[in-house]
Design a protein around this ligand. Sequence first.
Ligand code: NDP
Length: 375
Amino acid sequence: VNTPGFRRSKRFSTCSRRRTVMPAWVMDKYGSNDVLRFTKNASFPVITYPNEVIVKVFAAGLNPHDVSMRGGYGAATFSMKRDPLNIKQSGSEFPVTLGREVSGVIMECGLDVKYFREGDEVWAAIPPWKQGSLAEFVILSANEVSHKPKSLSHLEAAAIPYVAATTWSALVNTGGLSKDNCAKKRILILGGSGGVGTFAIQMMKAWGAHVTVTCSQNAERFVRGLGADHVVDYTAGPVEEPLSALEKFDLILDNVGGDAERWALNLLKPWSGAKYVTLVTPFLQNTDRLGIADGMMQTAVTVASKALKHLVKGVHYRWGFFAPSGPALDEIREMVDARQIRPVVEETFDFSQVPQAFEKMEKGHARGKTVVQII
Ligand code: NDP
């Protein structure tokens, strides 16, 4: 049963038996936009574990991480995840396909997959060490996949999974928030107008929190339209001044980084379990720069010393990370289908326009998400 031939579901194996190649955008080295290459001959994914599914991609969501990964960001950690025993030569990850979000249809299921069937419409966030969704097909573990919200098109659904899984990991797993403990909590989101921010505002409002957001002045109406209760323009001067005049917060989600760590923790309610969770961490830079062992050691020392420094002042300092999770997406689907959360698609591109989609993201100033229509 453990040989690849047996792992493949008989019922769903026809597509991979017939085909060995598929269209995809790949890169053969890290660099700027010119490393992106379209091919009709990318390897067709093959199920090698019984809990895997092959998804036909209808739409692919892009994130700033795709731009960073194109340049090699996180390469050391992701290579370690792909090849934990370090058997393969350096560069063996190529050709790499980017794209961390998918909405599509299940084409094939491994033998142990019980929850999905061929033809199911699904969405998923793709771990950065796996081949991405800028391709006709993508392979995922079934526990990373979830049934797509019925109320959304594929194009809309592809705008949500990666930012949703990141927000869920940061606010629920790390921040300790849930739909039952959020009512009237005061949440501050630093950087509310981008992919993560637009999702986080809606999730916190759906759970009854009071949400304050920082963003550019020209995004104020936009974030208020998503439910933000109070908006502070960070371009008008040092943002910590207006923020420190407000009632203190129960949780801060930092999507911006920079010098926020210097002042943001003073905005938390002390000795009440209040937390600052930042998504902007040096973890991947450390492992890229120092190698896995030294990079992880450096990371552990940095986070522990910062956490301790703030703990003695009665507030909690945490790092948040993307974590793939089908079950989290199941819960988010219910909020989407109940119209509590809507996708925020800023711009869409055709499959032939992937380099233009990356150029758009590199300009920054996102107002929601960039999505590529694959079919
Ligand atoms: P986006 O590029 O979609 O959004 C960033 C937003 O922040 C833009 O709307 C930008 O608009 C705004 N912004 C920029 N500077 C400031 C500022 N000083 N104050 C307030 N707003 C600002 O990024 P994402 O939302 O997708 O991601 C946010 C961060 O989270 C990124 O740094 C990303 O790398 C990180 N991240 C980390 C993950 C992890 O696993 N740790 C996973 C996912 C994301 P404008 O410039 O017009 O103001």
